[in-house]
Design a protein around this ligand. Structure first.
Ligand SMILES: *Cc1c(COP(=O)(O)O)cnc(C)c1O
Length: 638
């Protein structure tokens, strides 16, 4: 449906409307010519590159939409910022330990991302966190710097433990974070057997509960970690084995996307009490691992919602450092190395999902005849009369009448009393009534309850070339919102209220909640399509968790991926490109053999030739089309 702002629209108003300066964290903005720009610090100056220029470059490389775009500079910046934030906090408070970050591989396992993290992180000795054997293999192979930690979480079998002990032998600081007393016994046994001294951490199950989506998983019911009895049992096992000196780390993880800084402080204070008591038990320790949880301000509300955070990165670092100091100083215990496992905040900003809009479905009436046709039933006459009789005073009455006449008309259709064309004329008048009411709603002093959601009910449906299930699984699975907006035409007023549907034929395959600094919205303002120009939308901050959690719903596969690096002079290079899954790829994932499918289709075609239903030339064309499709992209191609 249409919408209007009284002001003359400008790109400045667009920036404000979509909240890009709030959630964009200085990394995304809108240019004067109405395009979304990617911002980077190139030495002294800030550079801005238009996303539309990047899209142009993608086309030249035959990377068609949808494309997951990674901005390498943003990953580099995130690693730099977290390390510099802790360095500054340590400097300012006189803390005597250091900071060592680790990136949890599960948050984005893509090799290109992990390689970049290892490369950009080396100057800060930024390590990796592994939660499985597969992830440990990645960490062991990729980390070169001997000061970068490898933190092993998750349940560990003998093979996992042996791998970690080999890493120790090679001089890598690889820590086993113990989740159960049984695991402790196995670590003791395997290190004796291999003659390698392990580094051991204990994962605490804290009583601290956090706000946000993972609230229920925090506290006593959290799935992971040792409760106090188990912790004592694990310590006693180490003592009995004369290995208490191997206990070097205390670990806790309160959950992801923690919106409230108070929860983080409380968690650290509690963990520090454990730290103190374990030192008194005789463990050397030296590392305090505060897990992940550093949140991303997805909606730019600065703490208004669960999709946000009420603290800056610098405040986070200062609060962590201070809370540790305040807890340990009275006990005279040396400041530990602070380890954090920030995943989401490290990679979210680096990826942007780009897609084009294929078509729009709106709920506008078609051209209406002034008068209903000769012989139209009363319902159609009445609906037609309603269109011109709506005033501010009678909106609710008109709305009720319209629904009544429509229902009655549909009943006649079901009984076979009117024809399809007559029903269509009636429905057209009905839509005209609703549109007219919707136009009046903003001018009403009080909006009747039944009309509160009329705007959403009349919102256009923009069909986007992507799959929610493949590219934004958390939107669907856990109610996460991401910033979405057009990447161009932003100096034109977006005159339509819309929701976005994807390519899957699933009712959940849609975006109908929109992150916004002033509160989540059920619709998004978009521009009407132009027949001679593609319309591009982008979903931002999708670098964390979305890539591997995505699934093959309707067999839409991985999208094309491209990484860009923005240079000091404002130019950019494509540093990495990867074509998405072909149809053949996704068919193999569900155990079809594309060659076999082709053979079977060829048989069908051959039979048709034999029966004289098609010619040999037609057979050749069909087979050509079939095999070309197998090699093609799973998404909509123009
Ligand atoms: C998932 C996970 C993380 C990452 O948390 P973020 O909120 O993404 O920073 C860190 N540590 C552990 C143990 C995890 O399971």
């Amino acid at each position: 449906m249409t919408t209007k702002t009284p002001l003359t629209w400008t790109s400045e108003i667009a920036a404000e409307h979509y909240g890009i300066r709030e959630w964009g964290a200085g990394l995304f903005d809108v240019s004067e010519c109405g395009e979304v720009t990617v911002m980077v610090n190139g030495g002294e100056a800030k550079h801005a590159v238009s996303l539309l220029d990047i899209v142009e470059g993608l086309h030249q490389r035959e990377l068609t939409m949808p494309v997951l775009l990674r901005v390498e500079n943003h990953l580099d910046a995130a690693i730099t910022q977290i390390n510099e934030a802790f360095a500054a906090a340590i400097e300012a408070t006189g803390y005597t330990g250091v900071y060592r970050g680790v990136f949890p591989i599960k948050v984005n396992q893509q090799s290109h991302i992990i390689e970049e993290i290892a490369r950009f992180g080396e100057r800060y000795h930024h390590g990796l966190e592994a939660g499985s054997k597969a992830e440990l293999l990645i960490a062991m192979a990729i980390l070169r710097d001997r000061k970068s930690l490898i933190v092993c979480n998750g349940y560990k079998d003998e093979e996992f433990i042996d791998l970690g002990l080999r890493a120790r032998q090679l001089g890598m600081p690889c820590v086993f974070v113990v989740e159960t007393p049984e695991e402790m016994s196995l670590i003791i046994e395997r290190s004796r057997f291999l003659g390698v001294e392990p580094m051991i951490g204990a994962r605490l199950k804290l009583g601290t509960k956090v706000d946000g989506h993972w609230s229920e998983d925090s506290g006593d019911r959290s799935l992971f970690g040792l409760n106090t009895q188990q912790l004592i049992e694990a310590v006693d096992l180490l003592k009995a084995a004369d290995m208490l000196h191997c206990l070097s780390l205390v670990h806790f993880h309160l959950g992801s996307q923690i919106p409230n800084i108070q929860n983080i402080r409380t968690g650290i204070r509690e963990a520090c009490r454990y730290y103190i008591d374990l030192v008194e038990e005789g463990a050397p320790l030296g590392y305090l691992d505060i897990g992940g949880g550093l949140a991303v301000d997805y909606d730019g509300s600065r703490g208004g919602t669960q999709q946000s955070r009420n603290y800056s990165l610098q405040e986070y670092a200062v609060d962590v450092v201070e809370a540790i100091q305040e807890s340990l100083d009275p006990e005279g215990i040396a400041h530990p190395t602070i380890v954090s496992e920030s995943g989401r905040a490290t990679v979210a900003y680096t990826s942007v999902l780009l897609f084009n809009v294929l078509t729009v479905n709106n709920f506008e009436p078609d051209q209406l005849p002034e008068e209903p046709p000769e012989g139209a039933p009363d319902e159609v006459q009445n609906l037609a009369a309603l269109v011109n009789s709506i005033t501010h005073k009678n909106v609710q009455e008109c709305y009720n009448d319209a629904i009544y006449y429509l229902e009655s008309l549909r009943m006649q259709f079901r009984r076979g009393e009117i024809k399809l064309r007559m029903r269509s004329i009636g429905e057209n008048y009905y839509l005209a009534v609703l549109q007219r009411i919707a136009q009046l709603i903003p001018e009403l002093d009080r909006v009747p309850i039944v009309l509160e959601h009329l705007t959403e009910q009349l919102a256009d449906i923009y069909y986007g070339n992507f799959s929610v299930f493949q590219s934004l699984p958390d939107f669907w699975a856990i109610g996460q919102t991401f910033p979405v907006m057009p990447i161009h035409r932003l100096n034109e007023e977006p005159s339509r209220e819309a929701i976005i549907a994807d390519l899957t034929c699933d009712c959940d395959g849609k975006i109908d909640r929109f992150a916004n600094p002033s509160g989540e919205k059920p619709t998004l303002r978009l521009h009407p399509l132009k027949h001679d120009q593609e319309y591009y939308l982008a979903v931002f901050l999708v670098g964390a968790y979305q890539e591997t959690l995505g699934d093959l719903h309707n067999l839409f596969g991985d999208t094309n991926v491209a990484s860009v690096h923005i240079n000091g002079d404002g130019s950019f290079d494509f540093v990495h490109e990867m074509h998405g899954d072909t149809i053949s790829d996704v068919l193999s994932y569900v155990e079809y053999e594309p060659d076999n499918l082709y053979r079977r289709f060829r048989e069908t075609a051959e039979n048709a030739v034999r029966d004289g239903r098609i010619s040999v030339a037609e057979r050749q064309q069909m087979l050509g089309a079939f095999s070309e499709s197998l090699r093609g992209y799973t998404y909509f191609e123009r």
